[in-house]
Design a protein around this ligand. Structure first.
Ligand SMILES: Cc1ncc(COP(=O)(O)O)c(C=O)c1O
Length: 337
């Protein structure tokens, strides 16, 4: 039976060439500051993001937490859209380990409007937690893999800075946005104090993210990473995979976007209600999403039901045109009984 895994772009396996790059990497003890491959990755990442420094972290979850930790104090408020990853899928880490309250804002397809942000600020009053950080997600995962325009990014970060807030970009899939928009990460991230991006999603590396920001912010984040148990020793092995991904797997994200478009067209032609994809995510509305998920799994198509009536299908480097055809024909033939 063919196996088409559309659950997430996190399911990618390191390619043979990536594994070779890992084998060949010079290593050291990064907690002692002497892993040359980690240092090289951090320098590359900082340059790509247009920031002074970067820190390699085990996950995007930790990078987001560190960003929140360095930008806020206990009892502060962090603003983000209601579907944002730290609010929904990071096990309340921001509350538990950074002592902040997340306040969610309405958004359309994961994108907060300038009016909504402006209207969210409350007067200084002892009743209110002070808003100290605005966190945007680009691409916006639960928004549909949507990409902010440059104008939206600049406007929202400008408003936040004018109000004295710090700004963080959760760019777990920042390079999908870069490839879709044709605008560099450094430019897209210009208005942000910190930015994190993941190597373990569409870039196809097995592990890791990076938090980029000022030298001071990264110094504090490095100590916090240690406190959280995220100091890693010969992590150059993992950094080598991330370097390989940055060098070889960015442009090819366009293939994933094209496959998402094919999936959208095929499923639409078959009569399904599908949101037009912006990048590598396809959201399909069905009557009973958990039943669909189970039925599709029986014929080798894996995906996630993300609400009672919505399935999310994600394309990535393990998905080719044949897999897309397999998914489309499985949808056509496997309407749950
Ligand atoms: C938008 C977004 N932010 C952060 C993360 C967290 O990344 P990780 O799974 O590496 O902790 C994810 C993971 O899917 C994500 O989609």
């Amino acid at each position: 039976m063919p196996h088409t895994d559309l659950r997430s772009d996190t399911v990618t396996q390191p390619t043979l060439a990536m594994r070779h790059a890992m084998m060949d990497a010079p290593l050291g003890d990064d907690v002692l500051g002497d892993d040359p491959t980690v240092k090289r990755l951090e320098a590359m990442a900082a340059e790509r993001a247009g920031k002074e420094a970067a820190l390699f972290t085990p996950s995007g979850t930790m990078a987001n937490l560190l960003a929140i930790r360095v930008s806020t104090q206990l009892g502060d408020e962090v603003l983000m859209y209601a579907g944002a990853h730290p609010f929904n899928y990071e096990a309340a880490g921001a509350a538990a380990f950074a002592g902040v309250q997340i306040r969610t804002l309405d958004a359309t397809d994961g994108i907060i409007s300038a009016e909504t942000l402006q209207g969210s600020f409350r007067p200084e009053d002892d009743h209110y937690a002070p808003a100290q950080l605005l966190s945007l997600e680009d691409t916006a995962n639960r928004g549909g893999g949507t990409v902010h325009t440059l104008e939206q990014l600049d406007t929202l970060t400008g408003i936040a800075h004018d109000r004295g807030l710090n700004t963080h970009l959760d760019g777990a899939r920042a390079f999908n946005a870069v490839v879709q928009s044709g605008v560099s990460l450094a430019r897209r991230a210009r208005g942000f104090d910190t930015v994190q991006f993941c190597f373990s999603k569409g870039l196809g590396a097995p592990v890791g993210s990076v938090l980029c920001g000022s030298t001071d912010a990264v110094r504090v984040a490095r100590r916090m990473r240690k406190a959280l148990g995220g100091g890693m020793r010969q992590s150059g092995l993992l950094a080598a995979a991330a370097i390989y991904a940055l060098d070889n797997h960015v442009e090819r994200l366009a293939d994933d976007h094209q496959n998402a478009q094919r999936l959208f067209e095929g499923l639409t032609a078959a009569g399904f209600a599908v949101k037009p994809p912006h990048t590598n995510m396809v959201y399909v509305t069905v009557d009973d999403a958990p039943a669909w998920q189970d039925q599709l799994a029986e014929v080798g198509v894996m995906c996630f039901s993300v609400s009672p009536t919505e399935l999310r299908l994600v394309t990535h480097l393990g998905v080719d045109e044949t897999a897309i055809q397999h998914a489309i024909s499985s949808f056509e033939q496997n309407v749950p009984g």
